[in-house]
Design a protein around this ligand. Structure first.
Ligand code: URA
Ligand code: CA
Length: 439
């Protein structure tokens, strides 16, 4: 087999066979297929796409490129969730403990943030003492004991994805639906869950900027799951503004604790997306008879404080100081040199928000990394005071910025201002949830 012939085949918009996809990925990993040929192939895929069968073969080949986590000795249905990358999305810290409180099993490997989106692992590390790199057998012990553990990716999970993504990142080949679907699904399948709920974001802060694209990505990921015998549901949710009000690591932990303490009302976008994710996780775990029953169980776990207790137990089991995780003490994690209100320059209605720029503003304050080597400042970030459609007045802040390094503030504020459009007309209402795909 010659790589150049396979590239030519994809350029001619023909299907690659299972063997050809295997040859390509194995060759890329052992460097017999050089970067330039893989880059050419990825670009051909960007333009000509892949059939569902090709995308499934690619996913399986990537999944088998490294370690596969075996969770079969854990009791119950192992259920995972994944978001395609949001701003102010702290759903894992809410939903994972709620599922455990409802009797479910969540053994989750999560990522770090890069660029404008935050990572659950970075958020957890804002809790003093919290360990996110723990051996697999201890991780499983915690899950068996408490029902939930969230750790960083351990071992050599999906090295094909790491190498392919690094190349896509510098060759403008990230935005291909089969490449994104295989990248996400190969990691999720290698992480060992039986059932997966995906949150596909659409909007200004997301990879998918139109609903049609988001639907196509969601449909393909559900189809890949079906073809390999896992239960997968995808919800499509809005990312035309940060999901929650907080953007930043400890600030998002605080918002999760607020929600689990009953301080965030029903109807709030973060609350509702958590409930929808949780509903499908419970249904896939066979722990609820229907969606109403699932929602009832989740609300009971929230209102009784059982969900917050699970989060505290998980943090304690992973070496963290859970005494911060209550309304009395959580502010201590968010202590900064200065909390600065940022006021709008004009009045009217908040008519558009670029969620990616909000995420970038928080990153510039120190909440995220521009490169993998950057260190995160856990306390900094911002807390939104207005949402899309709200009336804004020059004496009412758009957000509160949590600043530790004043030298970083000016650029972050400028980025923040560039994220808004304020108009005289009240904009049309923007839905939070667009669709549910699968099951
Ligand atoms: N997230 C991933 O994990 N992979 C992609 O290709 C895009 C988003
Ligand atoms: Ca997306």
């Amino acid at each position: 087999m010659r790589t150049v012939d396979l590239i030519e085949k994809k350029v001619q918009n023909e299907e690659l066979t299972t063997e050809e996809i295997s040859f390509l990925i194995k060759g890329f990993l052992d460097s017999t297929v050089p970067d330039y040929q893989m880059a050419a192939m990825q670009m051909a895929i960007v333009f000509n796409g892949m059939s569902d069968r090709e995308a499934t073969d690619l996913t399986m080949e990537m999944m088998h490129s490294g370690d596969i986590v075996d969770l079969s000795d854990l009791k119950g249905v192992k259920v995972d969730k994944h978001s395609t990358g949001g701003v102010g999305d702290t759903t894992t810290l809410v939903v994972a403990p709620l599922i455990a409180a409802c009797g479910g099993t969540v053994a989750k490997m999560s990522g770090r943030g890069l660029g404008h989106t935050g990572g659950t692992i970075d958020k957890l590390e804002s809790i003093p003492g919290m360990q996110v790199e723990i051996p697999l057998d201890k991780f499983k012990q915690i899950v068996n004991h408490i029902g939930v553990s969230v750790i960083g990716q351990s071992g050599d999970l999906d090295p094909a994805d790491k190498k392919m993504y690094a190349l896509r990142d510098v060759t403008a080949t990230v935005r291909s639906i089969p490449l994104i679907a295989s990248s996400i699904m190969s990691k999720k399948l290698a992480a060992g869950a039986d059932a997966i709920v995906l949150d596909v974001k659409v909007g200004s802060g997301a990879f998918m900027q139109t609903l049609d694209q988001a639907r196509a990505l969601a449909t393909l990921m559900v189809e890949i799951g079906k073809r390999v015998g896992r239960r997968v549901v995808a919800i499509i949710t809005d990312m035309n503004q940060p999901l929650g009000m907080a953007v930043g690591n400890a600030l998002e932990v605080r918002e999760a604790v607020e929600l689990l303490s009953g301080r965030i009302p029903k109807g709030d976008p973060l609350y509702e997306v958590c409930m929808l994710l949780g509903t499908h996780m419970l249904l896939l775990s066979d722990l609820a008879s229907d969606a109403d029953d699932a929602r009832q169980k989740l609300e009971t776990a929230l209102e009784s404080g059982a969900g917050l207790k699970k989060l505290q137990q998980m943090v304690t089991a992973q070496g963290g100081d859970a005494s911060y995780l209550c309304m009395q003490r959580i502010d201590e994690l968010c202590k900064v040199r200065e909390i600065r209100p940022i006021y709008p320059k004009t009045e009217g209605y908040l008519s558009a928000i670029n969620a990616e720029r909000i995420g970038t503003a928080a990153q510039m304050l120190g909440a995220g990394r521009a490169t993998k080597a950057d260190r995160i400042d856990p306390a900094v970030g911002l807390v939104m005071k207005k949402r899309l459609g709200d009336a804004v007045h020059i004496d009412e802040p758009l957000c509160m910025m949590y600043i530790n390094d004043p030298a970083k503030a000016d650029a972050a504020i400028e980025e923040f201002y560039s994220a808004f459009m304020i108009s005289e007309q009240k904009p049309a209402h923007c839905p939070m949830v667009y669709d549910v795909i699968g099951e």
